[in-house]
Design a binder for this molecule. Structure first.
Ligand code: SF4
Ligand code: SF4
Length: 442
């Protein structure tokens, strides 16, 4: 195999590896990947050693950056057993070029973790993502095992083992019909009980069809609406920005701050184009993206065509550019496009009011959320430009709140609200049930 880097292959790209394919020990109701088992009938769904070695060698050779990230996912990757990952780390060391650093991330449901796993993760500095959807009734609504039983207790046992061994972990929370109306219960559970210091919130937009592919415009009942998702994010943001900026990272808030600073978001959903994050199946098959593991998005097998060629192929480039080139006019003219970029193409199932296809199902939520956070984002971006910590916003907002409370006591019900909303006080902050404005003296 020729490892020469072609000029059209990207400088760096990310591969999400599925060593056990779609196989999982759980049966989460909204999982988009379980149906992918049908693509490989009769398969044992275990990545053979020669595929692991070939992939590692090609992947490292194709990168023109000093840090190479291996993202292990599933199905449930821990079904492969610890020895598979010991071998993976050995191959990384074998093919690593001088000055290169290897990073391993692994997404798990957490239920199979034990001391051996956690000691291994700690020794090799794996960053572990744990899937967890909130407190018991919200998590267990959809995240059940093959027998339909709840799983949260087992997930929390896994999290406790990660903590015991000092393994770095973050949480991935899917936002769905069962938890979307409980944003603060979810957030506070993750912050206070799970002690997650890096949170991701992934909305469920699930097409209702028999193929499991991204086709059809009908969504399942488990999906969220844009409005619901926007409210979910706003409520969490408002709690976070007043008290947690210094010690909790929320991926979407970081992405937004990057956009307000004029930087790239670092998350494919909000990039202008796609195409730099592919998926490797257990047998060496490569697909355009985790959400498009389906025949029309099959790029080739890395045993037959070099990985770098597949990553830089015309097909992959077209897939990536389509995200930008198919944006409806409503997105092209939108004032929050600089941060939204129309969102993930897999969620573009709506028509604009003018009837153009390709509008994101989450549009209303994105617009509401990105508009809501404009001022605090501007403040934090300015703090960073002034080489201050963005966490200083908490002190700033607290002082501002004290001043507002002082003004609320002075204002009449029909006066403009001091918060600057443009509404009368009685229709804005004056509506708070427990707030009794003082009577004006005659
Ligand atoms: S289709 Fe969606 S998930 Fe896939 S690369 Fe594009 S934005 Fe990311
Ligand atoms: S908020 Fe809506 S209209 Fe604006 S870019 Fe995002 S999806 Fe498009």
């Amino acid at each position: 195999m020729n490892d020469t880097i072609r000029s059209h292959s990207p400088r760096a790209f990310h591969i999400m590896v599925k060593p056990s394919g779609a196989v999982c020990n759980l049966d989460c109701k909204y999982c988009y990947f379980l149906s992918k088992e049908r693509l490989y009938p009769g398969s044992a769904f275990r990545m053979p050693d020669d595929v692991l070695e070939d992939f590692t060698r090609q992947y490292i050779a194709a990168q023109r950056v000093p840090v190479v990230t291996f993202g292990w996912q599933g199905g449930e990757p821990t079904l492969m057993g610890v020895d598979f990952f010991r071998k993976a780390v050995e191959y990384q060391e074998q093919y690593r070029r001088s000055g290169m650093r290897m990073v391993n991330t692994l997404q798990t449901n957490g239920t199979l973790l034990d001391d051996e796993w956690c000691a291994f993760f700690r020794e090799h500095n794996f960053l572990i993502g744990v899937s967890i959807d909130g407190p018991p009734t919200l998590h267990d609504a959809y995240r059940v095992d093959k027998g339909g039983h709840p799983t949260l207790d087992r997930v929390l046992a896994g999290v406790n083992l990660l903590k015991k061994h000092g393994v770095e972990f973050n949480t991935l929370t899917t936002v769905h019909a069962a938890n979307v109306d409980h944003p603060l219960a979810v957030y506070r559970f993750l912050r206070d009980q799970v002690e997650s210091r890096f949170m991701q919130f992934i909305p469920i937009i699930e097409r209702d069809n028999d193929t499991g592919y991204q086709e059809g415009e009908q969504l399942t009942d488990r999906s969220v609406t844009g409005e619901q998702y926007g409210r979910f994010l706003i409520d969490i943001f408002d709690e976070w920005v007043y008290r947690d900026v210094a010690h909790v990272s929320v991926q979407l808030f970081e992405v937004a701050l990057a956009a307000w600073l004029g930087r790239r978001p670092g998350l494919c959903v909000f990039e202008k184009t796609c195409g730099a994050a592919m998926v490797l199946e257990h047998n060496g098959d490569l697909y355009t993206c985790d959400h498009f593991v389906e025949p029309r998005c099959f790029l080739g097998n890395i045993a037959e065509t070099p990985l770098a060629d597949l990553a830089g192929s015309e097909q992959q480039q077209q897939f990536g550019h389509a995200k930008r080139d198919t944006l409806p006019r409503m997105c092209r003219e939108c004032e929050v496009r600089f941060v939204c970029n129309g969102g993930c193409p897999k969620n573009r199932v709506l028509h604009t009011p003018e009837g153009e296809p390709g509008l994101n199902a989450l549009c209303a939520g994105y617009k509401a959320f990105f508009t809501h956070i404009d001022r605090p984002m501007q403040l934090m971006a300015n703090m960073l430009r002034a080489e201050q910590s963005p966490a200083d916003i908490m002190l700033f907002l607290a002082q501002e709140q004290v001043e507002l409370e002082r003004q609320f006591k002075m204002v009449g019900r029909n006066d403009p609200c001091p918060c600057g909303s443009g509404l009368k006080f009685k229709h804005c902050h004056g509506r708070r049930q427990n707030y009794k404005p003082p009577r004006k003296s005659r």
